[in-house]
Design a protein around this ligand. Structure first.
Ligand SMILES: Cc1cc2nc3c(=O)[nH]c(=O)nc-3n(C[C@H](O)[C@H](O)[C@H](O)COP(=O)(O)O)c2cc1C
Length: 215
């Protein structure tokens, strides 16, 4: 008999976060954790996948998995359809949160802040780097809108292919990148006996302030 969900319990013992060894710059810390996650997560797609939460104009939260496509001191970059549900939510409320979970390292990172659209040249550059099928998909798929059937979706793709035959595909205006500018980051490291480590970074007057939170 497999355990019930309520009986499932794992002890986290892989690592810990020591106050004196913890980095002052959360971006440096994120870079190190991401690097380690890329080495240890089983599929390469997993290290940069994260849950992105946005809030609609009625104050209701929505959450979905996305891929992080880059990060710098400026923020954390992802791509999608500007008229999708998440796109409309970000247009009415720019605050968002993203969460990474790296089970192989018993780690979680939470990031919160305001989101803005990427400069169009940056979206163009990323769009141009995508495989042809992904670029066609960005044109053909009205992300988050109902489609009559799988066949209807496939015929939208076929029409798009036909339309652009022999041409280079420009980035559609309705598709592009976003940057989440972090105001808060939290690093969570699982520890034994549920006494996990949580380090919280908040920006104050342009400087990151770090504190430890109770688990
Ligand atoms: C592993 C994985 C990666 C995904 N990556 C993206 C992505 O980078 N961009 C995107 O728009 N949707 C991505 N999706 C699909 C989203 O989860 C979601 O279905 C889509 O963005 C529509 O969400 P919305 O209706 O809330 O806008 C991904 C889904 C999974 C499971």
């Amino acid at each position: 008999m497999p355990l019930s969900l309520a009986e499932m319990r794992r002890s986290y013992t892989l690592d810990g976060l020591q106050d004196d060894l913890t980095m002052d710059d959360p971006l440096v810390m994120f870079r190190q954790w991401m690097q380690q996650a890329r080495e240890t997560e089983s599929a390469p797609v997993e290290a940069n996948s994260m849950a992105l939460a946005t809030v609609d104009s009625a104050g209701r939260p929505h959450c979905r998995i996305l891929l992080l496509k880059g990060f710098s001191d400026e923020g954390f970059t992802f791509f999608g359809h500007y008229q999708s549900d998440k796109g409309l939510q970000l247009a009415s409320n720019p605050y968002a949160a993203m969460t990474f979970f790296w089970p192989s390292l018993e780690r979680q990172v939470r990031i919160e802040g305001q989101v803005s659209r990427l400069a169009s040249q940056l979206s163009d550059a990323y769009f141009d780097s995508r495989p042809l099928a992904s670029r066609l998909g960005a044109w053909a798929s009205p992300q988050s809108r109902p489609v009559a059937s799988r066949a209807a979706l496939e015929s939208l793709l076929a029409e798009t292919e036909q339309h652009f035959v022999g041409q280079t595909l420009p980035r559609p205006e309705h598709w592009g990148g976003y940057c989440l500018h972090p105001e808060r980051l939290e690093f969570w490291q699982g520890r034994a006996d549920r006494l996990h480590d949580r380090l919280d970074y908040r920006v104050q007057n342009g400087v990151w302030q770090r504190s430890r939170l109770a688990p």
